[in-house]
Design a protein around this ligand. Structure first.
Ligand SMILES: *Cc1c(COP(=O)(O)O)cnc(C)c1O
Length: 381
């Protein structure tokens, strides 16, 4: 079937549709902050931190300026210093590794498993082989949860400080527990495309530890522990009141419904795309995913053809991620990193992953169009 001309594009993210839903509540939040006359680190930030902590089940949440800052601050709170090794995944947003680099660390990479997430048995081997690795930054990629019991046991057995990168996975669970609750700290991003996406940058550190909470509060504010007292060189990384207000009264209250919609779309895709010419990668065992992205895999060399086909059907798609982190020039220039073993499974994702639209404002009709387009694809290569 060919497209009627002028057919509405199916977008990867539909911020205009989100605005139609949240706009009035955002206006009210802005009005509240404007009238309060208090714009940085005030009551709105405290309230949002409290509400997010309640929703997440973690006692301490510290609002910061971005997800990347949240990772850096969490690592530094746990004692990261220059030259320390940080075990992480080669398949993620570059920010995951960049945060460790900013702390002066040596990133160490192991391959993913077939789900695209860090292979925790390879992580175990790396930790066993090298006791100088004292930090672990696993990523709950695509909105899936890694095996949290296994993460917890790695932390206990090897005494590593775990910072869970939850930027894509707020609300995801595994074994009855929420991501972010087994590490010493967790990092969250409110970048607009994320499941709890604000209208600009923002992030948060979450932790069960009052000590990490105290340090993170200092580090986000120039390392200030009391007024005009700087015991550490911190960052300027504060979540401002406008964003805290928007997040707590316009966005966070909708997250559960939005996640439900993402899950319904994922279930429909997984049912309807069986037997299509793309592979549906497995989901980590036990993961109750929040489907930040919906990854499919196509064979090496066919991605351009598939994406071109989707474009002719007015469907936008993405790639997460086309280049592995250890292949990035910025890391090469930094000069310090280690790769343990081959990265062939991560490379399969880098070569063949395509993310289909799965945001909560897709209509049933949009989802049907994506399914039909994927099912109709035969590689012209
Ligand atoms: C988005 C993202 C980050 C970085 O968050 P920012 O708010 O953009 O700094 C880190 N890790 C992962 C997995 C992400 O998806």
């Amino acid at each position: 079937m060919t497209n009627p001309p002028g057919e509405r594009r199916v977008l990867l993210n539909d911020f205009a549709a989100q605005w139609r839903e949240v706009g009035p509540d955002v206006h009210a939040a802005v009005e509240r902050v404007g009238a309060s006359g208090w714009y940085v680190l005030g009551e709105e930030t405290r309230r949002f931190e409290r509400r997010l902590g309640e929703a997440w089940g973690l006692p301490f949440v510290v609002g910061v300026a971005s997800g990347m800052d949240a990772l850096e601050i969490a690592l530094r709170c746990l004692g990261l210093s220059a030259g320390e090794k940080v075990l992480t995944t080669p398949l993620s947003a570059f920010a995951t590794t960049l945060a460790a680099m900013r702390g002066g660390a040596v990133p160490v990479f192991v391959d993913t498993d077939e789900t695209g997430l860090m292979d925790l048995s390879l992580a175990r081997e790396a930790l066993r082989a090298d006791p100088s690795i004292r930090f672990l930054v696993p990523v709950h990629l695509y909105g899936h949860s890694l095996d949290l019991a296994e993460l917890e046991s790695l932390a206990g057995e090897f005494g590593v400080a775990v910072v869970e990168d939850c930027a894509q996975a707020i609300g995801a669970r595994s074994g009855g527990r929420a991501v972010g609750t087994v590490g010493a700290a967790a990092a969250l991003s409110f970048y607009p495309t994320k499941n709890l996406g604000a209208m600009g940058d923002g992030g948060a550190v979450a932790t069960p530890s009052p000590e990490v909470d105290r340090k993170a509060r200092a580090l986000r504010n120039y390392g200030q522990s009391a007024r005009y007292v700087h015991d550490e060189s911190g960052l300027n990384s504060r979540l401002d009141e406008i964003h805290a207000a928007i997040l707590s009264t316009a966005l966070l209250p909708r997250l559960e419904a939005w996640t439900g919609r993402r899950r319904a779309i994922a279930a429909r895709y997984r049912e309807a795309l069986r037997g299509a010419a793309v592979d549906l990668p497995p989901v980590p065992e036990g993961s109750e995913s929040v489907w930040h992205l919906f990854p499919v895999l196509v064979d090496d060399g066919r991605r351009d053809d598939f994406m071109q086909h989707l474009r002719t059907r007015q469907i936008e798609a993405g790639v997460h991620y086309p280049v592995l982190i250890p292949d990035q020039r910025a890391l090469r220039q930094y000069g310090r990193w280690e790769v343990r073993g081959g990265l062939s499974r991560a490379r399969r994702y880098a070569a063949g992953e395509v993310s289909l639209p799965i945001h909560p404002h897709l209509s049933d009709d949009d989802v049907g169009r994506v399914i039909e387009a994927v099912r109709d694809w035969r590689c012209g290569c």
